[in-house]
Design a protein around this ligand. Structure first.
Ligand code: 4AD
Ligand code: MG
Length: 464
C-alpha cells in the first residue's frame, strides 16, 4: 500500500478506507485496554492520533512504541470523536521501523533553546523547529516566486572569490596550501601564486559585484545563496554563514530601490500568512504572543523613510530626554541595533528605511551625494530585528568610483572587471541585500539567528 503523508491524511474524509502512515512517535498514552499514539511525519505540525487496542498487539511490540521511535502503521481512517482533530487511524498493524534509545534528547517538553542547539541534530523533530524550517522553505519559495513574477532572473554568483565585495576584510580564506609548510615568495610571505587558483581567494561575503554585471546585461537579476563573514560578533543576529538575497536592477534609483524592498518584504510576509497558518499559529501561541499582530502590522503600514541625519537628530533628542543607550550616538557613528530599534519600536512604531548615510561607514560602491559627505545608502530597519535589508544606489561614475576605491586603498588588481561596467555603457543602477535568516527571525518570532538555521555556524561553533 502507498504511504499517505499526515498533512494529506488529516484532510481526508473517506472514512473506512485502509491507510498506511509512517512517522515518529511524539507521545504515547492510554490505558490497559487501549493506546493512543501521536505520530508526526514532519509534513505538518499536526500529529495523527493512532488508536491501538492492546489486545490486538504483541505486548513486546507495544513496549517498543516509545517517544522518538519510528513506526509504520496500517489501519482504518475513522472520524475522530476527540475535539480538535478531524480523523484518526485505528491500527490493524504496527511495524517498528526504528526503536528509540532511552536517552533520546527530545523526549521532554519545554527544553531550553540552548539545550536544543546542543542537540541540533535532533531538535528538527520538535514542534518549534519543524515549524521554523517549514516556514524557511516557504520563504524561499516566496522569494523565487516574487522575483520570477517581476521579471528578475535568478543569477548565480561565485562562492569562491578573489575580491572583497564589502571591503571590510572579514573573509574566510580558501587555500589548499599546507599551513605548516606553505611556499614563500621573495618577501618571505606566503606565495599564493602557487595556491590552487594562482592567487589568494576567500569565501564570498556578498554576490553583489558580480550581480551588478548581471544587472547591467540582463536588466534585473537576483542572487540567493550562502555568504560568509568572519566577523567576530557574537550576537543573536550575526552568523558566520548566512544566506542572502541580492536583487540588482539597471535604471533603478534609490527611490525605486526602496519601493521594491518594501513591496518584496511585504510579499514575503503575506506569503507566510497565506501558506504557513498552522505553523504561525503554533509559534504565536508558544513562542511569541505578538507574532501574528506584528506580521499584520507590517503589511498594513507604509514604511517610514528618512535620512540618517534626521535619524541621528531623533536619537540625540532621545538621549537629551533621558533615554539610556549602551553605545554613544552622534553624526558619523554607525548605528547599533539598539538605535535602530529605538527608531522603529519607540519613535515611529513601524518599519523604517534610513537613507543617505555618511560615506565613511558604508561600502565603496555606493553613489556619492553632492554634499561630499553622504552616500545614497538605504537600510530597512524592522521591529525586533534592526537592520533586515542593506542596499544603495550604486556609483555609476567611473572617476568617482575609482577615486573612492583609491581613497580606501582597495587593491585594484581584483577590481578591474567591476570598474569596466562603468566604462562600457555605464547606467544608473541599484540593489539591496536581504539577510534570509533575519527575515525568518521576523516571520517566526525566533529571537536568535542560531534557531532559524538548521546547523548554524557562528564564532566557536561548527558542530554537525
Ligand atoms: O548590509 P550588508 O552587509 O550589505 C551587503 O552585503 C550588500 N552587498 C547588499 C547589497 O546591496 N546587495 O548585508 C545585507 C544584509 C543585512 O541587512 C543583514 O540582513 C544581512 O545581510 N547580514 C547578516 N545576516 C546574518 N549574519 C550576518 N553576519 C550578517 N551580515 C549581514
Ligand atoms: Mg548593512
Amino acid at each position: 500500500m502507498k504511504r499517505t503523508k499526515i498533512t494529506d491524511l488529516l484532510r481526508r474524509t473517506d472514512y473506512g478506507t485502509e491507510v498506511l502512515v509512517k512517522g515518529w512517535v511524539r507521545t504515547k498514552r492510554g490505558s490497559k485496554a487501549v493506546n493512543f499514539i501521536a505520530l508526526n511525519d514532519g509534513s505538518t505540525i499536526k500529529n495523527v492520533q493512532v488508536v491501538a487496542d492492546v489486545a490486538d498487539f504483541d505486548e513486546e511490540l507495544l513496549k517498543q512504541v516509545t517517544t522518538g521511535a519510528c513506526l509504520a502503521v496500517t489501519g482504518t481512517l475513522v472520524e475522530s470523536p476527540g475535539a480538535g482533530q478531524s480523523s484518526e487511524v485505528h491500527a490493524t498493524a504496527i511495524e517498528v521501523l526504528g526503536t528509540c534509545d532511552a536517552d533520546y534528547p527530545m523526549q521532554k517538553k519545554g527544553q531550553s533553546f540552548e539545550f536544543m542547539r546542543k542537540n541540533a541534530h535532533m531538535r528538527l523533530r520538535t514542534n518549534t523547529f519543524g515549524a521554523v524550517f517549514r516556514i524557511r522553505h516557504h520563504m524561499a519559495m516566496a522569494i523565487h516566486t516574487f522575483f520570477h513574477e517581476h521579471g528578475f532572473f535568478y543569477f548565480h554568483t561565485p562562492i569562491i572569490t578573489a575580491s572583497d565585495a564589502e571591503g571590510a576584510g572579514e573573509m574566510f580564506r580558501v587555500s589548499v596550501l599546507d599551513p605548516d609548510n606553505a611556499p614563500r615568495n621573495d618577501e618571505g610571505r606566503v606565495d599564493y601564486a602557487q595556491d590552487f587558483f594562482g592567487k589568494q581567494t576567500s569565501l564570498t561575503v556578498s554576490g553583489q559585484l558580480e550581480g551588478e554585471l548581471g544587472a547591467t546585461a540582463l536588466g534585473a537579476i537576483y542572487t540567493f545563496g550562502p555568504t560568509f563573514r568572519a566577523e567576530n560578533s557574537n550576537t543573536p543576529r550575526h552568523a558566520a554563514e548566512f544566506w542572502m538575497i541580492e536583487p540588482e536592477m539597471a535604471f533603478y534609483d534609490i527611490t525605486d530601490n526602496m519601493d521594491l524592498a518594501e513591496e518584496f518584504i511585504k510579499y514575503c510576509v503575506r506569503w507566510a500568512l497565506d501558506n504557513c497558518a498552522d505553523d504561525l499559529d503554533f509559534l504565536n501561541r508558544m513562542i511569541d504572543k505578538g507574532l501574528l499582530e506584528r506580521l499584520h502590522f507590517v503589511l498594513e503600514h507604509d514604511f517610514v523613510r528618512l535620512t540618517y541625519t534626521e535619524g541621528i537628530a531623533i536619537l540625540e533628542q532621545a538621549v537629551r530626554d533621558g533615554h539610556k543607550f549602551e553605545f554613544p550616538v552622534s553624526w558619523g557613528t554607525d548605528l547599533a541595533s539598539e538605535h535602530e530599534r529605538y527608531l522603529v519600536e519607540h519613535h515611529f512604531k513601524r518599519p523604517v528605511i534610513l537613507t543617505d548615510y555618511p560615506k565613511e561607514i558604508k561600502a565603496f560602491y555606493m553613489k556619492q551625494n553632492d554634499d561630499g559627505k553622504t552616500v545614497r545608502a538605504m537600510d530597512v530597519l524592522f521591529p525586533g530585528i534592526g537592520e533586515i535589508i542593506g542596499g544603495s544606489e550604486r556609483e555609476a561614475d567611473h572617476a568617482k568610483l575609482l577615486n573612492r576605491i583609491n581613497e580606501l586603498g582597495i587593491p585594484m588588481k581584483d577590481m578591474w572587471w567591476y570598474l569596466d561596467t562603468r566604462r562600457f555603457g555605464t547606467c544608473p543602477h541599484s540593489g539591496f541585500g536581504l539577510g534570509f535568516e533575519r527575515l525568518i527571525m521576523f516571520v517566526t518570532g525566533m529571537q536568535n539567528i542560531r534557531d532559524v538555521i538548521p546547523f548554524p555556524r557562528t564564532t566557536g561553533t561548527a558542530e554537525f
